[in-house]
Design a protein around this ligand. Structure first.
Ligand code: ADP
Ligand code: MG
Length: 362
């Protein structure tokens, strides 16, 4: 296993890139610890596959260097980097049996047949492929084929890292959950460096210890699921993570108060002072979970209007109008549901300020 470092990586698919928009990856600088379980999370087209291919060596970046355990591997092809990569769609030898498909990466490296058999049986057991080992891959369902692909990624014990590129896309929803748990178990047992690409926040948050969020060719934040939820460093993280995502209100500053049309919302003094000097459009952000909703006026509350209530089972999501802006609030179980009128409180700790999309922080 290896520690992977990306230094000042940028990549453009265009021969003569002119400006930032010509780059699929912009200024990627990050480290992936040995043995870590990472998710690379972002919407379609943000550069996840490009980044994964730079890590594996399928792609040489236009700029920057890639290091494995401190050694520069930028010029090395995937075979020399000792990486296993599982693609979005299964890549298999259709005419071979499931056993031989799983054995292929090992036999290819000249591993002894007794060891091959041992590893294949172990991996087949984990992925519940044992009953199919003698069958030809061609006749199997898409699910089973992708499990074989996963197995081929997991079968070698000597790899520097295993990269998964949205591997569960073709898998049936109920199996997805099960396989994700399996991968997590495999990680916990074998302590492999795993990088798991997905556009699905639930998948990322349940799988990984550390989630790297990508947006328009940049890694905008890396953190534990809790850090991403509680302290989004970028507007995109606030919006993308959580359901519904963070509320944003365009504002101006007057001392330590954020003005949102008619409404005034108190901010942390230091944050407000930093906001005065910050560049770009100012926005206040608060998660629906942290927005306090009261049925009567309480100290420091701001009047608003309830537009809709959606029952989500154990909790309710309120849609609220505040000075012509729409906000969402999540009510805790058993909390009184205000009708028509509501009073909002923005706890200072959870009321964030963003300038040009980035968090203003102390
Ligand atoms: P993701 O995996 O997050 O969906 P990709 O890394 O596939 O994103 O793509 C990032 C950007 O690079 C997109 O704008 C995509 O159109 C572009 N791109 C990806 N692969 C190629 C390629 N082989 N040639 C040209 N442009 C590409
Ligand atoms: Mg992709």
């Amino acid at each position: 296993m290896a520690q992977i470092a990306l230094k000042e990586i940028a990549h453009s698919y265009i021969a003569n890139p002119k400006d930032e928009s010509d780059y699929a990856l912009k200024r990627i600088h990050s480290e992936w610890e040995d043995g870590g379980a990472y998710a690379l999370l972002g919407p379609s087209g943000c550069g996840k596959t490009t980044l994964l291919n730079v890590i594996s060596g399928l792609l040489t970046p236009s700029q920057g260097r890639v290091f494995y355990d401190g050694n520069d591997v930028t010029g090395l092809p995937p075979e020399k980097r000792n990486i296993a990569q599982v693609f979005q769609f299964p890549v298999l030898y259709d005419t071979m049996s499931v056993f031989n498909n799983l054995a292929f990466p090992l036999r290819n490296r000249g591993i002894q047949e007794s060891e091959v058999k041992k590893r294949v049986l172990e991996v087949a057991e984990i992925l519940e492929l044992t009953p199919f080992l003698k069958k030809r891959a061609a006749g199997l369902t898409a699910d089973a084929k992708q499990k074989i692909s996963l197995g081929r990624g997991l079968v070698r014990s000597d790899v520097a890292a295993i990269l998964f590129d949205e591997p569960l896309t073709v898998i049936d929803p109920h199996l997805k959950w099960h396989l994700r748990r399996k991968l997590k178990e495999v990680h916990d047992q074998l302590k492999l460096t795993l990088i798991y690409v997905t556009h699905d926040q639930v998948e990322a948050l349940t799988f990984a210890d550390q989630v790297m969020v990508m947006y328009e060719g940049e890694l905008v934040q890396s953190g534990t699921p809790q850090e991403l939820y509680e302290s989004p460093q970028h507007k995109f993280v606030g919006f993308f993570i959580g359901s519904p995502g963070m509320n944003f209100l365009t504002c101006t500053l007057e001392g330590n108060t954020a003005r949102v049309d008619g409404a005034g919302i108190m901010l942390d003094d230091e944050v407000a002072a930093l906001g005065q000097k910050a560049q770009g459009k100012l926005e206040l952000g608060i998660r629906p979970m942290f927005l306090e909703v009261h049925a009567q006026s309480v100290e420091g509350s701001i009047p608003a209007r309830v537009k809709a209530v959606a029952d989500q089972g154990s909790f309710k999501i309120l849609t609220i109008d505040l000075a012509g802006h729409t906000l969402r609030a999540r009510l805790t179980e058993g909390q009184a549901v205000p009708q028509n009128e509501a009073w909002l409180r923005f706890p200072t700790r959870w009321t964030k300020l963003f300038a040009g999309g980035r968090l203003v922080s102390k």
